[in-house]
Ligand binder design. Structure first.
Ligand code: C5P
Length: 235
């Protein structure tokens, strides 16, 4: 699967989400469905978006005992999504179980990526509250290596950490990076941000873009600008 721009559909209803996606009459964006929309609308919203021809990253960040995650992943795999995720903190045993659950009888499966440390967690909180010694960069590299050892395809991380992850796990290990803003736009509540072009240079394989597209006066034009800046037109 090549590089792509993923649009975070952070809406709380199917109606709003589908009205938003109906604007895209040309290239159909790869779409991220998060907890808010999935918990509000259930699996039906996944089927509806899939039926419109979009690829889907179902961002539910599973973290439970291996057996529960294996069985939950089997259900998600049957929904025919293209990418799902777990917390690397759930252990390599849990990540292996997730992979087993996801793999269909014909051997196909969605991409499986891991959250290393949430970008909302500071180094001080990680060390003092969560009790994880070492630097946040070392922890991210270590968790990414665990995900790779378990057979996962990549991690979610800040675009500024993409180079660190590639260095630890090699160029084929995928980096999926939120925290993207246009050079001339507001950061909103994001802190460690960069532009689509810079994210590509550092090593992002997929950029996840929410408000710069969903809140734009012209979302289709904003999406096309992301695609352009992320250089997808050259492929
Ligand atoms: O609107 P914005 O572009 O900031 O949206 C980014 C999306 O990526 C949101 O859905 C947000 O929840 C998600 N995300 C993030 N940082 C992470 C993980 C996910 O911003 N570390």
């Amino acid at each position: 699967m090549g590089k792509d721009v993923i649009v975070a559909c952070d809406f709380d209803s199917a109606e709003q989400t589908l009205a938003f996606l109906d604007r895209f009459t040309g290239r159909k964006p790869f779409v991220k469905i998060g907890m808010e929309l999935f918990y509000a609308e259930g699996p039906e919203i996944v089927r509806a978006i899939k039926a419109r021809g979009h690829r889907i990253f179902l961002d539910l960040k599973l973290h439970d005992i291996p057996n529960t995650v294996r069985k939950a992943m089997k259900v998600l795999s049957a929904l025919d999504v293209d990418m799902v995720n777990v917390h690397a903190a759930g252990t390599t045993a849990m990540m292996r179980a997730a992979l087993e659950g996801l793999t269909r009888e014909d051997g196909s499966r969605p991409l499986l990526i891991a959250v290393t440390q949430l970008t909302s967690t500071s180094e001080a909180v990680m060390q003092e509250e969560l009790g994880i010694a070492g630097s946040i960069n070392d922890t991210i590299a270590h968790y990414a290596a665990n995900a790779q050892a378990a057979g996962l395809d990549g991690v979610v991380c800040s675009p500024l950490e993409a180079g660190l992850v590639k260095g630890a796990c090699g160029p084929q290990f995928l980096t999926v990076t939120p925290g993207i803003r246009f050079a001339d736009a507001s950061a909103d509540d994001q802190v460690r941000i960069t532009t689509p072009a810079r994210a590509r240079e550092i090593g992002s394989d997929f950029i996840v873009v929410g408000r710069p597209v969903t809140q734009a006066a012209d979302p289709v034009a904003a999406y096309q600008r992301c695609v352009q800046e992320f250089s997808l037109n050259h492929e």
